[in-house]
Design a protein around this ligand. Structure first.
Ligand code: DOR
Ligand code: ZN
Length: 448
């Protein structure tokens, strides 16, 4: 089992919550008994009292799920701590209901050597709180053509490989990387964007035409996704398509399935809820890669989740300083802060998807992709638990974010599902929206 950044082993009883665990086919009121940081039992009645060495947490009104895992975040250390630190990013994750995150390697320098992966994981452990995994770069400095030491990074703890932020440009490098890593389970996570469209600042379509801004069509994503499917087939390597944003890419995923290639895919809340019309008026803050697309694409993504073609939710938490999200669109950094809105926004986008599928897409499926513990509250499992209020409207207030990145497309939006509890290895990090007293030292350290 790969180590997260947790060692202590507390005891507590979570009392009165409705446990929804698709892996156990369970949807019932249960007391979750946590001993030494692991699930000890799921009791159908509450113990009259919890023993003195054991914290008792009132979960009445909450849904308790296997801990939510975000497989795609940017934590900005080393190199850009003015945007985010590992500590502020993990505090944002806890606030957002996530018990684990996987950090992309597009730091400065990139996570492209075993030493850098080791140093990153050491820093994440020191930050504490939410579990933090590292994704290693496919190519040196993410240059798209020269292989990084994949096996060494895997030994150092990298759970997957990606040049995210960009495509691994060289087909030859990608093919060789997949063959080189054939014997290890780590998946490749592809950001699909043809580099010949690198000048694009938004989706190419009616809105970009009107604004006179350079755009990237759906084809710039889907053509690369098709290439990845073919590499996956040729190398039999496990593959995953990051932040699918177009109907055409969904078609590629369906085709992959039809030819027996098991490629998984993720979708972000902003691609499920926003469209390219958000850039009207040259709204630099709405720039993101892949770009926001027209409503037809957005609706195709929702259908792809409903039918099970897309089975993983990811925030693509990409925090930037406010001044980096202002000015001309062509100069603005792409991406938004996402960890603290991902749960509310994703549930808002998909009201008709069954709760069990929503929970699996946030927990068991990303756990399986990354090969990390999680996705089940079976006795013996690490006590990583996400609690939700399913019907507690709240308004997104970016000034209250733990993340240093305060720019979000959802400022002022009202969401109905609210993260209510974050428990990691039996530590209560967040309770009813606030950092929890016993977890507070972990949760707030390094906060802005
Ligand atoms: O919008 C984005 N921002 N897309 C990416 O792929 C990278 C990310 C970042 O690191 O800022
Ligand atoms: Zn990303």
């Amino acid at each position: 089992m790969k180590a997260g950044n947790h060692n202590l082993e507390p005891n507590c009883d979570l009392v009165g919550g409705r446990v929804v665990d698709p892996s156990l086919k369970l949807d019932a009121i249960r007391t979750v008994v946590i001993r030494r940081g692991r699930i000890a039992a799921l009791l159908d009645r509450a113990p009259a009292e919890s023993d003195a060495a054991c914290e008792r947490v009132d979960c009445a009104g909450m849904v308790l799920c296997p801990g939510f895992i975000d497989p795609h975040v940017h934590l900005r250390e080393p190199g850009d701590s003015h945007k985010e630190t590992i500590a502020s990013g993990l505090a944002a994750a806890a606030a957002g209901g996530f018990t684990a995150v996987a950090a992309m390697p597009n730091t400065r320098p990139a996570l492209d050597t075993p030493e850098r992966v080791t140093a990153f994981l050491r820093d994440a452990r020191a930050a504490g709180g939410v579990r933090c995994y590292a994704i290693g770069a496919v190519t040196q400095g993410r240059n798209g053509c020269q292989l990084a030491p994949l096996l060494g990074m895997a030994s150092a703890g990298a759970v997957a490989f990606s040049d995210d932020g960009a495509t691994t440009t060289s087909l030859r490098a990608l093919y060789n990387a997949a063959r080189y890593a054939a014997a290890i389970p780590q998946a490749f996570l592809s950001h699909c964007h043809d580099p010949s469209f690198d000048d694009a600042v938004m989706h190419e379509g009616e809105v970009s035409d009107r604004l006179g801004l350079p755009g990237a069509p759906a084809l710039a994503e889907a053509a690369v996704a098709a290439r990845e499917v073919l590499v996956a087939r040729a190398t039999r390597k496990r593959w995953h398509i990051c932040h699918v944003s177009t109907a055409m890419t969904v078609d590629v995923l369906r085709w992959a399935r039809s030819i027996g290639v098991d490629v998984s895919a993720e979708v972000t809340p902003h691609h499920l809820l926003c469209t390219d019309e958000a850039l009207e008026g040259f709204a630099a803050g709405m720039r993101v890669n892949p770009p926001l697309r027209p409503a037809t694409d957005r609706d195709a993504l929702k259908r792809a989740v409903a039918e099970g073609t897309i089975t993983i939710f990811a925030s693509d938490h990409a925090p930037h300083a406010r001044h980096e999200k202002e000015g001309p669109v062509s100069c603005a950094c792409p991406g938004f802060s996402g960890l603290e809105t991902a749960v509310g926004a994703t549930f808002a986008a998909l009201p008709d998807v069954p709760l069990t599928a929503m929970v699996a897409n946030f927990s068991a499926h990303p756990a399986r992709l990354l090969g990390v513990p999680g996705g089940s509250l079976a006795p013996g499992a690490p006590a990583d638990i996400t609690g939700l209020f399913l019907n507690r409207p709240w308004v997104v207030d970016p000034s209250a974010f733990r993340s240093r990145g305060k720019v979000t497309p959802f400022a002022g939006w009202t969401f109905t599902v609210q993260p209510a509890l974050t428990v990691v290895g039996g530590h209560v990090l967040m309770y009813a929206g606030a950092p929890h007293s016993r977890g507070v030292a972990n949760t707030v350290r390094g906060m802005p």
